[in-house]
Structures are given as C-alpha cells and as structure tokens.
Design a protein around this ligand. Structure first.
Ligand SMILES: [Fe+2]
Ligand SMILES: [Fe+2]
Length: 188
C-alpha cells in the first residue's frame, strides 16, 4: 500500500495528537533508514502502522491475544504493552503485511527485545525522538541518533528504564532482556 493509503487507514483510529506523532515517527524512521542503510519503505510502513492499536479496547486486545495464540505474556499489562503486538497482528491480517522484519518492528516498538534488527532499532528510536516528542533529555537522544544507531538504541532503553523506575512503574521482562543484551554487547 502507498503512504497516503496507509495514513488514511490509520488516521480514524487515533486522536490528532497521535496522528501527528505517527507522521513524525514516519519521517524520522525514513531519515534513519537512509542514514543507516536500511530500506526506507519498510521503515515507512512500520512507522505508519506502529501505533494503530493504541486506542483499542484492552479487553478486545486481550481476547485477540488468546484467540490467536499470540504471546500471552502481555496479558494484564494494559494498552501500553498490548498495542504493539496487536498492531503487528492487524498489519498482517488487515493490511496484508508479510515482511517479518516490518511485523517485528511494529510488535516490539514499545518493549524492545534481545537481538533486535536494524529496522526494529530504527522504529524504537524514531518513536522516542520524533519531532513532536518533548521531554527532558530528548535532544541528547536525537543527537545520538545522528551519530550511531546502536548507541542511540542503548540510550533510549536506558532512558525508558530510568523513567519507569522514577515513576514507580513495573518493567516488562522483555525490556530488561533488551537492556541486558545491549549491555552484554557493549561490555564485551
Ligand atoms: Fe506505541
Ligand atoms: Fe509511538
């Protein structure tokens, strides 16, 4: 599907603010893909679709997880953890996306995981640094993303973990696995 078709399809599923965020992720992910030698059209597709389930009903999403035998570990973690896997499921079933790397980039955009592909890192980082993001420290993350994708990914995960701890929120195990994987790589 072309960019405009995809954007038109996801726009009614979210408030204007999230749509602006989505377009920001799209532009940022395409720029990162070009910079780090990844396919910009894959980055575009994954970015446009990544948050399409963000406002879906939690019970409905949990039902899909059970019915379709998806990863049960996200049950009980709310929309924040459900919307990635469900968006990947919709990408496949409603949009006909078959590229596993694109599907994984959508699936793991909130949690990260060990052994992420370049495209997965691009979407994860782009999600955190797109132009409408405005939180203390975002400028530092943007600068890192210009220089080194792995270092940017590392900084983004550490930023997310610090935020979760500071705001007394639980940490999804996959995010810790992601962090450990990155630290084991950096400390080799
Ligand atoms: Fe998201
Ligand atoms: Fe997002």
């Amino acid at each position: 599907m072309e960019r405009q078709q995809l954007l038109a399809a996801i726009k009614p599923r979210m408030p204007e603010k999230r749509y602006i965020h989505t377009q920001g992720v799209m532009h940022t992910a395409i720029a990162l893909a070009k910079r780090y030698d990844e396919d910009p059209s894959k980055a575009e597709t994954a970015a446009i679709l990544h948050d399409m389930a963000k406002y879906e009903d939690v019970t409905k999403m949990e039902d899909i997880i059970r019915r379709e035998n998806l990863d049960l570990s996200v049950i009980g973690w709310g929309s924040e953890l459900l919307h990635g896997p469900i968006a990947a499921y919709y990408a496949q079933t409603q949009f006909g996306i078959t590229d596993q790397d694109v599907l994984n980039a959508i699936h793991y955009h909130t949690t990260g995981r060990a052994g992420m592909s370049k495209l997965e890192k691009i979407i994860f980082v782009a999600d955190m640094i797109e132009p409408s993001r405005n939180y203390p420290g975002v400028e530092r993350l943007r600068n890192k993303a210009q220089k080194n994708l792995d270092k940017a990914m590392s900084a983004c995960v550490r930023h997310s973990l610090r935020f979760l701890i500071d705001t007394k929120q639980p940490i999804f195990p996959l995010t810790l696995t992601c962090y450990n994987d990155i630290m084991n790589g950096e400390n080799k």
